[in-house]
Ligand binder design. Structure first.
Ligand code: ADP
Ligand code: MG
Length: 236
């Protein structure tokens, strides 16, 4: 049998509004989409278009104000840590008092992995990101780019079925950014996981098969990668 795809997230007419009345902001408006375990998706769009909100909904970190969201692979909302969904957050998210290897090990301990196995997996994940030499450093000793790579290593080490990455290359130079996206793709392949990357960088989006475009909260899932890029460049 060829590997058939399994839906991980299904959204039907999902909206998320912040605030009420005249100050209400519709961050996501009536989004309908499916993310499966073969997904290699870039969510692109201007700042404020709703990319982060959409990813938080996918990960079960936020709830829709209307519409329906389901996680068929688990039959329940995903866990915040563990082997369901791994999220690389926009900006700093490392524990300041723990060194790098401890930061990567921590979620594995929550998953119930033994200390010994967690250490080994953390170091393997750091090696994959080419940052094993940073293992004993504290977050405050890292550059923004190094900290971002640690965040990616931490997610990869938990072996999630769905990887969500919110602007994972925002603070990185071009060659480091390419390395991070390549490692995310490699990890998604090895784990047979879905991968959704929010990015405003066309060079990063070009690595992914599909481009989902967010525009003022509205999600357009109809365009494939190269096709979408050509269509948006040609649109008048
Ligand atoms: P993006 O990630 O594309 O920059 P966001 O999803 O962060 O977009 O934001 C979409 C819109 O929702 C923006 O107008 C933003 O100000 C608003 N928004 C996001 N999170 C909140 C929040 N917690 N409270 C109020 N407004 C929010
Ligand atoms: Mg964002």
């Amino acid at each position: 049998m060829t590997s058939s795809s399994q839906p991980l997230v299904e959204c039907r007419q999902v909206s998320r509004t912040f605030g009420r009345g005249s100050s209400a902001v519709v961050a996501v408006h009536a989004a309908t989409c499916v993310v499966d375990d073969h997904a290699r998706i870039a969510v692109v769009g201007a700042s404020g278009s709703g990319k982060s909100t959409l990813l938080h909904l996918f990960g079960g970190l936020d709830s829709p104000t209307s519409g329906h969201i389901a996680w068929p692979a688990w039959g329940r909302p995903p866990r915040g840590h563990g082997d369901d969904v791994g999220t690389v957050f926009q900006g700093a998210s490392l524990m300041p008092d723990l060194n790098v290897v401890e930061n990567v090990t921590l979620p594995l301990l929550f998953q119930g992995v033994s200390q010994h196995a967690a250490q080994a997996r953390a170091r393997e994940s750091l090696a994959l990101m080419d940052i094993e030499t940073l293992a004993e450093k504290l977050p405050e000793e890292l550059s923004g780019g190094q900290a971002q790579r640690v965040s990616v290593a931490r997610v990869v080490a938990t072996r999630p079925r769905l990887i969500l990455a919110d602007e994972p290359t925002g603070q990185l130079d071009q060659s480091t950014a390419r390395h991070v996206i390549e490692v995310l793709l490699q990890a998604a392949d090895e784990l047979a996981a879905g991968l959704v990357v929010a990015t405003h960088d066309p060079l990063i989006a070009a690595h992914l098969d599909h481009h989902w475009v967010m525009h003022e909260g509205t999600l357009d899932v109809t365009m494939a990668g190269a096709e979408g890029a050509a269509a948006s460049a040609g649109a008048s």
